[in-house]
Design a binder for this molecule. Structure first.
Ligand SMILES: Nc1ncnc2c1ncn2[C@@H]1O[C@H](COP(=O)(O)OP(=O)(O)O)[C@@H](O)[C@H]1O
Ligand SMILES: [Mg+2]
Length: 580
């Protein structure tokens, strides 16, 4: 025995066979066991098939089937657990054989698999899928009559052997065969799929976009009962967190689907004009989106008050939904009756968590017949998770990625080609800069250099700055609003900050300003490190010297690696440091 073990160890490697007090143990991991490798490859093949890559799927599944050498666990057939495992593997094998034929047919390879399809149907005549695949291969090869005969044979076999009629798939195939349905020969992939981009970019979702609105089910589910109970729903949150989309595509759309009349107004620059759109006699749910516009409108205080009073009065007769930016709530609360009304139904809308972000990425793709390459969702979610202004940037980057779709697949490479969220931010910032009149550009530089400064090692450090300290005059105020509208900056709780870390890192112009900013250190001292209760994502941006040290260690030359791969220890360290 020890001699055998020695020889085996020489062949397999010394650590593969462990010596234990009771004997020897073979220690193999994952892919070294054929059965596990087989299962992994089959799973991957199926994934590729779902992803619309039948050729790759057929290849991978063929590789899996090649691993078979006779029956599984043949030496242990007297042992019940082994028999069970063996039949499980055998079932997987039969299924894999069928999936490979299916994949080949989808890839247009009916000639190559016709003979095999014939053999497989004969081998296991009670497996209906085999008859279907054979019939399909015959049909695709231009042999409609033979295909029909195959289906009749299947019917006879099932009736004789089991006394059963064929299942719905075989029946549907027979009918499609008879009417010469073009779908039988057409590519499984519709050329139409992928022709429409399902992502909206920077635009909010409206009622008409409700079908493609994902990731906010829980919020809608919480808001509607609140509205029903109190008659008022005030969706409050920072700019870009998705308030308009929620009240329009989520709440208003659901109410309309339920037969309610819903009127949506936004105050715009002339709230008094918008008053005309208010429903006359309380027969509709009133939704006031962008309610914060009232305070920055061109109407005087009296006009603003009249608008708010009208909305408040309407809430006495019918349900009212308002969406309002958190940082403008205090301005609005000057109007006491309106404040009391809002108070009845405040709903604080936070950023989406990872699962909902995934839904917001996958849902629209699925609906539009698009496929997402494995890994893409993770990359996207990782690039935006925890960022306060993530949603619009994500939407924007997805639109860009869609422009590079391969067939109907959105790929990781396509996303990377766009430069990802970082490039999206940089482009939109440069666009804003170019649109600004020359004389206002220094203002932009001034504002941004107060939101971000070069740290001692040249790395940009973001901060949260009291809005009051930035908006000394109307020009500054307007500029901040422009930045907010472009989703580059968010304004919340009277505090302003960059919407995404990428702006400080990926926009060359800002990098240049930072390099030139000889007073960077001075500015740095003004950056607020005040804690901000209840927001994990914001906490992370309060970079204390401790976090600065830890980020510096992790960052690559461009800061790309600033985030721990899976929200692990470094990320927690950052949040923890921020809290301190
Ligand atoms: N559920 C969602 N899924 C995907 N993108 C969304 C979702 N909700 C909002 N967005 C996107 O986020 C951005 C901000 O949405 P918006 O409703 O305008 O926010 P807010 O009204 O809070 O400023 C827009 O680009 C919008 O398309
Ligand atoms: Mg909005």
């Amino acid at each position: 025995m020890p001699g055998c073990i020695m020889r085996l160890r020489r062949t397999l490697g010394s650590d593969v066979i462990e010596t234990t007090p009771h004997g020897y143990r073979l220690t193999l991991v994952g892919d070294e066991i054929d059965a596990q490798r087989f299962e992994r490859l089959v799973k991957r093949g199926r994934q590729l098939l779902t992803l619309g890559e039948p050729e790759r799927a057929a290849h991978v599944i063929a590789e899996a089937l090649d691993l078979w050498r006779g029956r599984a666990l043949v030496d242990l057939e007297d042992w019940e657990p082994a028999r069970i495992e063996s039949s499980r593997l055998q079932e997987l094998r039969l299924d894999a054989e069928e999936t490979r034929i299916d994949a080949c047919l989808q890839a247009g390879g009916h000639r190559e698999v016709l003979a095999e399809a014939q053999a497989r149907a004969t081998e296991a005549p009670l497996r209906e899928r085999r008859w279907a695949l054979l019939a399909l291969a015959q049909y695709q090869g231009g042999r409609q009559g033979e295909a029909l005969r195959t289906l009749h044979r299947a019917r006879t076999v099932l009736a004789t052997e089991l006394g059963l009629d064929p299942g719905p798939d075989l029946v549907a195939l027979e009918q499609a065969n008879l009417r010469q349905d073009p779908a039988l020969v057409a590519e499984a992939v519709s050329v139409e799929a992928g022709a429409r981009c399902p992502y909206l970019g920077l635009v909010p979702y409206d009622v008409a976009d409700a079908e493609g609105f994902f990731g906010r089910d829980a919020e809608v589910g919480e808001c509607l009962p609140r509205l029903a109970a109190t008659g008022v729903l005030a969706v409050v949150g920072p700019s870009g967190c998705g308030k308009s989309s929620l009240v329009r595509a989520g709440i208003a759309a659901t109410l309309r689907r339920d037969g309610r009349r819903v009127v949506i107004v936004s105050p715009g620059t002339r709230p008094l004009d918008a008053l005309a759109a208010l429903p006359a006699n309380g027969d509709a749910v009133l939704v006031v989106d962008q309610c914060e516009q009232v305070v920055s409108s061109n109407d005087d205080a009296m006009g603003q008050s009249r608008f708010l009073a009208a909305v408040t009065e309407y809430a006495g007769q019918a349900p009212v939904v308002v969406a309002v930016r958190a940082d403008r709530l205090s301005d609005l609360s000057v109007h006491a009756p309106f404040a009391r009304m809002v108070e009845r139904g405040v709903y604080l809308l936070g950023p989406m968590d990872c699962a909902n972000l995934c839904a917001a990425i996958e849902g629209p793709a699925h609906q539009a017949g698009l496929l997402l390459e494995p890994g893409l969702v993770d990359v996207l979610a990782r690039d935006v998770e925890g960022e306060p202004g993530a949603l619009p940037l994500l939407s924007y980057a997805l639109r860009q990625t869609w422009e590079r779709h391969e067939g109907r697949t959105l790929t990781v490479a396509g996303y990377r080609e766009t430069g990802g969220i970082r490039e999206a931010v940089a482009r939109s910032a440069e666009g804003l800069y170019e649109q600004l009149p020359l004389e206002r550009r220094p203002l932009l530089r001034d504002v941004l250099l107060r939101l971000v400064a070069a740290g001692p090692d040249g790395e940009p450090i973001r901060g949260r700055v009291a809005r009051g300290s930035l908006t000394a005059d109307r020009d500054h105020d307007q500029l901040i609003e422009q930045l907010v509208a472009a989703r580059l900056v968010i304004s919340d709780d009277e505090v302003v900050e960059l919407a995404h870390e990428a702006l400080a890192r990926a926009w060359p112009r800002l990098r240049g300003w930072l390099d030139d900013d000889v007073e960077g250190q001075r500015t740095l001292r003004h950056l607020s490190t005040e804690p901000r209760p209840g927001s994990g994502s914001h906490r992370e941006r309060r970079l204390t010297s401790r976090t600065r040290r830890s980020t510096r260690r992790r960052r690559g030359p461009y800061g790309a690696a600033c985030r721990a791969p899976s929200g692990g220890a470094p990320r927690r360290a950052r949040a923890g440091a921020g809290r301190g």
